[in-house]
Design a protein around this ligand. Sequence first.
Ligand code: HEM
Length: 458
Amino acid sequence: MAPTAELNEEVFTNAKPYSQVPGPKPIPILGNTWRMVPVIGQFDISEFAKVTKMFMEKYGRIVRLGGLIGRPDLLFVYDADEIERMYRREGPTPFRPAMPCLVKYKSEVRKDFFGELPGVVGVHGEQWRRFGSKVRRPILQPQTVKKYVTPIELVTLDFIKYMEDARDEHGDLPAEFDNDIHRIGRVALDVRLGCLSSRLSSASDPQRIIDAAKYALRNVAVLELKAPYWRYFPTPLWTKYVNNMNFFVELCSKYINEALERLKTKKVTSENDLSLLERVLKSEGDPKIATIMALDLILVGIDTISMAVCSILYQASLRLKQQDKMAEEIKRVFPDPDKPITYADLDKLHYTKAFVREVFRMYSTVIGNGRTLQEDDVICGYHIPKGVQVVFPTIVTGNMEQFVSDPEEFKPERWLESDGRLHSFASLPYGFGARICLGRRFADLEIQVLLAKVSYAI
Ligand code: HEM
């Protein structure tokens, strides 16, 4: 079907029934959840990327994982044309079925705090649209992002120093290298959290933030697929999750109140003098909107950017030819390493950006994206009922011969010259459409500044 094709009655009549979609068969009572249980289960939840690939190899381009306790079926779609069609046809309030535990936390456990405008992450429909309309413009405006070039450059220099100090006698970085979130804190909370300052004790604020952020995101899959019993009674894992989230809310409120105090005495002549947080505080006049925005940004921004940076640096370290090419470009665009980086110059790093894009394609640190169907659809010839959660596994589709020429070859040039196949919906690291990643400009900025600075350090 063409991406914009109408779904008429004939298409539905000719479609095969949902029950015929291939996939692992649920067993009575235990459904398919048992497959995620340690020892007896076949699927290791921490290896979900491999499971996703295995599904495609075993069952084909559409796979149904049904019989999951307390949740709708998952439908994996490995067809970039179908993914494009679904993204392009989605309405004004796309439904991304992420983090039901966060939904419960925001809408039930802490409804007192989140109320009617609980943010964008784990929020859907009209509430999502209304909150987004308040924060999307200030977050995405190039003027806002530009303001962070220098602060991020300064933090990056400290980060490079941290990396240099952390290396062992072979020059290798420690296994806990991703233990760093300060740059996101810089954007979302308007302060440096001090995560790089020295060896952190486990009780220090920055270390607790790092632990809480990792915990919140990394336990979502476990709470969701492996141990979903919190839906029926408060399990120990659930209680820990709630306490962890409460800590986050407390922390964000503390920093937002401090920012509010600073704003009272700050001299402001134009909007350009304001940070992201200050812009939202000023335009909305409600500190809660700013607190919830910061909470959302930290919650989904920390692990994603940390993992992406680790993956990009690791791939650069393995690929000396491409590393040299990047360094050559960076030194041409920034001939004087002591001169502050500008946003306009970063835009000239074409090869460097293509390198990052290629890392995202081959080694995406995000397994995929997804949407809950808000109406019946026909996908890969099957009639799929409303409510099913469709998964777009970008980590698999970005590596499929059908959509990308020579997918096993690491070739940044493919993003610069149009030779060969490169389906634009096969690899979408930041998602697509109205719900696309809100932090993507900050993520790109942090990655580019880091690569520019690292090139001079090595
Ligand atoms: C390389 C790093 C990152 C990757 C790969 C990534 C990827 C994604 C993806 C795939 C989505 C879902 C998009 C969709 O549904 O179409 C998303 C949503 C989101 N991301 Fe990111 N992200 C990254 C970094 C960040 C950062 C640094 C922040 C915050 C500063 C952030 C904030 C958000 C928010 C708030 C949403 C929810 C948007 C909404 O539902 O309206 N992300 N991200």
